[in-house]
Design a protein around this ligand. Structure first.
Ligand code: FO1
Length: 323
């Protein structure tokens, strides 16, 4: 059965599953929709960190030590910028800079972020659709005791140290889903929420005007992979942020966030005991290894998730959630 998947991803964790899915599914069977709430202007250039992370993963270029940026990249231009008085806390590599220069050039020439991304992915040899959640500006703001911080300021410059009281997605309400995202919301057979931070990676995508409602209406299976394993985030600040927002740092806590937009949660085998509390929220649960250290792990999780969706779609009474 050719299953057409709409995958929603943030940065590093999302990119890992997106890579596994891209190795399993044909280009016509996968659209990866990527968070743009982390986008920021550095040195006059439009940087889209999560789009870059997913693109570099699918192009086989990722720096394996960080999960973002380019393998073997150097930072001579950044060092030179520092000598000229520029801020250098956001580590843009020499080769990476070419992506931001070209993206900015295309945007300044009047192309949309979707068009610029299509051009970049095509030249990087990526066959699958990697698309921004929106072509309109959406900016994640961390609300902290020290005031409002733009996402990269909070995440990279401050190392997620300030305690958050909330997050805001500036521009999201007025923003509209990108054309390919809107199309996939209509035509996909299933939605997969990659194991990305539910607060600041998936949150901004759901906040884009009309997206939450479209996902609520979506007729096929909607499956999320928990980024919380054994009560901790595999990487990044998801656990710290959820705790500071008063949410339970567990798979059940993730499930509670996704009530209404997801029908099933994929959890790691170490969290198997949480299945009943997630099922009590009305969700199905798939228990399987979810930690992706190697490319084989990414392939295996992608196979599990797609197999789960295909089995579900083959059940006559569940072919559609509504019928
Ligand atoms: N993350 C960091 O922790 N420090 C950095 O200096 C940094 C630079 C950077 C440059 C380009 C890029 O595409 C991503 C970069 N990231 C960096 C990752 C990024 O801040 C985060 O992974 C995402 O925004 C969160 O998903």
């Amino acid at each position: 059965m050719g299953t057409n998947i709409l995958a929603i991803a943030g940065g590093v964790g999302g990119a890992k599953l997106a890579l596994g899915l891209s190795r399993l599914l044909g280009p016509g069977e996968l659209t990866v929709v990527v968070n743009t709430g982390d986008d920021e202007t550095f040195h006059g250039l439009h940087v889209s960190p999560d789009l870059d992370t997913v693109m570099y993963a699918l192009a086989g270029m990722t720096n394996p030590e960080t999960g973002w940026g380019i393998r073997g990249d150097t930072f001579r231009t950044l060092e030179a910028l520092g000598r000229l008085g520029a801020e250098t806390w956001f580590r843009l590599g020499d080769i990476d800079l070419a992506t931001h220069v070209r993206r900015t050039e295309l945007l300044r020439a009047g192309r949309s972020l979707s068009e610029a991304t299509r051009e970049l992915t095509a030249h990087l040899g990526i066959a699958h659709a990697v698309v921004p959640a929106s072509d309109d500006p959406v900016r994640t703001i961390a609300l902290t005791g020290e005031g409002d911080l733009s996402f990269q300021d909070y995440f990279v410059r401050r190392g997620c140290e300030p305690r958050i009281t909330g997050v805001r997605f500036d521009g999201a309400e007025a923003a509209r889903p990108s054309p390919a995202f809107a199309e996939a919301l209509e035509s996909a057979d299933a939605i997969v929420f990659c194991p990305s931070n539910p607060v600041v990676s998936i949150g901004p995508v759901l906040a884009v005007g009309g997206v939450r409602e479209a996902i609520e209406r979506f007729g096929g299976p909607r499956v999320a992979v928990s980024p919380i394993v054994g009560g901790q985030a595999l990487r990044g600040p998801a656990a710290k942020m959820m705790a500071e927002l008063g949410e339970e740092v567990s798979c059940a806590g993730v499930a509670r966030r996704y009530v209404g937009v997801c029908d099933a949660l994929v959890i790691d085998t170490v969290d198997a005991a949480e299945a009943p509390s997630i099922e009590a929220l009305g969700m199905r649960v798939l228990v399987t290894p979810t930690v992706m250290r190697t490319d084989d792990d990414k392939d295996a999780l992608a196979r599990e998730v797609v197999g789960f969706v295909e089995t579900w779609r083959a059940e006559p009474e569940r072919a559609s959630r509504r019928g």
